[in-house]
Ligand binder design. Structure first.
Ligand SMILES: C[C@@](O)(CCO)CC(=O)[O-]
Length: 339
């Protein structure tokens, strides 16, 4: 992993579940533009959400990405930890990032304008933490601001979705909504609403060190769905049901019930074919470390796990335990009760 993504353990910011103002701040002074978004973790509903089931996600405000953009003479360019050069020569794997710049230029009516875009991201890529959606969110906000436009949340969502389609074909929109939220979200029918949290809850994220493969995992679920629709529909129904159950448990602050639902969801995701031995290893380690439950988070087939800690102090122990079990990076994030 690049040095900026070195193993760190954040105690995590308090993420309030109260009013969820938009987190993708941007300046709209023509000539300069900034955009900001954050990592996210999906607590429940990944993959099932692609098939219309509900999901629960939490933005990780302690892990941000910022984009800066300014109009220039000459071709559009990108500077990031992964690439520095002309946009029309961007490597295939960064095509979604290029798509975000182009989509924003189209949206401001300047499709062939030159723009210099710089991305500073603390979000590890390909770890199921929403890096592609967050980078796209920061970019579309920054580029449109550089040309004097402030995007409405829905306009911005559509532009992020263009980049997400380049990333993995048929995105549900969950990532695009979560990376610009400031509190936990309930996602259903393409819309995100603020989720009530009835008591403090602390989650720990741990990286397997194995790159997640969302595109491949989404395609594998689609193929399995075509092959065995009844089997897959039952799993998707189960995953959607666990999200609904967890919504109630979050609302009453019942961390044990949230953890139990997570462990069940992990099992269902494995049957769906999006697991990985490295994920199972960390889920098992989380349990021996005293977590109330754990599961893979995001696209799967690598990436991160998310676990429920007993409390904020236990989260620190759990981070250390997961690091000792081989995780190269672990973080914690804390939710305060919203009422
Ligand atoms: C796997 C998935 O459910 C989440 C990826 O972070 C895909 C999507 O929602 O588009």
């Amino acid at each position: 992993m690049p040095s900026s993504l070195d193993a760190r353990a954040h105690r995590g910011e308090a993420v309030t579940a109260a009013a969820a103002p938009d987190a993708a701040a941007g300046s709209a002074v023509p000539g300069t533009g900034t955009g900001r978004a954050t990592a996210k973790t999906i607590l429940f509903g990944e993959h099932a959400v692609v098939y219309g089931r509900p999901a629960v996600a939490v933005p990780i405000t302690a892990i941000p990405v910022t984009a800066l953009a300014r109009p220039v003479e000459g071709p559009a360019s990108l500077r990031s930890a992964l690439y520095h050069g002309r946009l029309d020569r961007i490597p295939e794997r960064l095509r979604p990032t290029g798509a975000a710049v182009s989509a924003a230029l189209d949206a401001v009516g300047r499709p062939s304008a030159g723009v210099a875009v710089e991305v500073r991201s603390e979000i590890p890529a390909e770890r199921g933490l929403g890096s592609s959606a967050a980078v796209a969110a920061a970019i579309v906000t920054a580029v449109s601001a550089a040309f004097g436009r402030t995007l409405s949340p829905d306009e911005r969502h559509e532009l992020i979705q263009i980049a997400e389609r380049a990333a993995h074909g048929r995105p549900s929109g969950l990532d695009a909504r979560s990376v610009v939220a400031t509190g936990p979200v309930w996602f259903e029918d393409g819309a995100a609403t603020t989720l009530a949290v009835g008591g403090p809850m602390t989650f720990v994220l741990a990286d397997t060190g194995v790159a997640g493969r969302t595109r491949e995992a989404v395609a594998a679920v689609r193929a399995l769905h075509e092959e065995r629709p009844a089997h897959v529909d039952a799993l998707l129904e189960r995953l959607g049901g666990l999200a609904a159950q967890a919504r109630v448990a979050l609302g009453t602050g019942d961390a044990e019930a949230v953890g139990a639902a997570m462990t069940d969801a992990h099992a269902a995701l494995n049957v769906l074919g999006v697991g990985d031995p490295a994920l199972d290893h960390l889920v098992a380690a989380a349990r021996t470390g005293g977590a109330l439950g754990a599961k893979l988070t995001g696209g799967g087939r690598g990436g991160c796990i998310v676990a429920v800690a007993r409390d904020a102090d236990h989260a620190d122990d759990l981070v250390a335990h997961l690091r000792a079990a081989g995780s190269p990076a672990a973080w914690s994030t804390h939710l305060e009760a919203s009422r």
